[in-house]
Write a protein that binds this ligand. Sequence first.
Ligand code: PMV
Length: 360
Amino acid sequence: MIGTDFVPSAYSNSVAKGKITWKSPSNIALVKYWGKKENQIPANPSVSFTLDTCATTTTVTYRKLEEEGKDYSFDLFFEGEPKESFRPKILTFFKRVEHYLPFLKSYHFTIDTSNSFPHSSGIASSASGMSALALCLMSIEKELQPEMDPGHFNRKASFLARLGSGSACRSIEGDLMQWGLHKDTQGSSNEYAIKYPFPVHDVFKNYQDTILLVDKGQKQVSSTVGHDLMHGHPFAEQRFLQAHANLTKLQDVFAQGDLNGFIEIVESEALTLHAMMMTSLPYFILMKPHTLEIINKIWAFRERTNTHVCFTLDAGANVHVLYPESEQEIVYQFIKNELVAYCENGQYICDTIGYGAKKM
Ligand code: PMV
């Protein structure tokens, strides 16, 4: 059965109350996860850069109930205000993870959460939000089972985060994370993400990601619906094979510091993700005219300057502009001079590759 390693044995400790805070980052996939099976099992493996600036900070205050409740008992606050609209998502998450966290109905939780990026920026907060909450729950479990080893703590945090939102499982550690079974990656798993286990050339250290906020509105199609549309998709099988092959190719690219190889895989992955959306039934387009303007500007600039700036996209119109730290000055000037004009209200976020979640 899936996840049996994560069902705890009887807890050795008892705890009446406490408070825990985790700050967990977002991540950006280089090889994309798009399509899933039951229980949030990915249809193909993916790899991502963990981000640094874009993060969610979550504090969970917990108090043991006199007797175990019939249902979950929790209050929710977002940026200091009660947030009832988050309730269904948390309830679904609690239901999915209760089997692995049997203490959930024995406590009352106050969950207080806030994002470092502006509200309604079009940046998905599910990866950072779900990983931060999973880590808080793991810290509570660690109080109940102090002998837990750090490896198990991270693996289970990633496993729980995955049950909240697939890509969230890649936010626990950094700077490169791989999730999903891949024959050429020993230790890879569909159930949790692992730190990228192969050599990575220094040119990929401190890689820069400037996120251009092209469209801050609500997406017309959620990722949940998009993943579902990969069932029976005419190109699905080929796409899944391509993701496996790209992960294998990336091993040499990362080891050798092959920036051109990196660009080719990353941009192709981004466009393939959106091609899958455009060829689903029903079909949909999440890119906006400004997304395409930015892509064309990046291509022209790269050609003109021989720099190694490239783009990737997540399931939306915003563009992640990726470039090595050594080219930061010239690329940043280019972004300010030529790309910011395409951002909604001129908004963008300068991020860097990060090393995972932090306990505060
Ligand atoms: O974690 P979800 O279900 O929101 O899916 C995220 C999917 C992409 O961001 C498009 C790709 C990825 O691998 O993160």
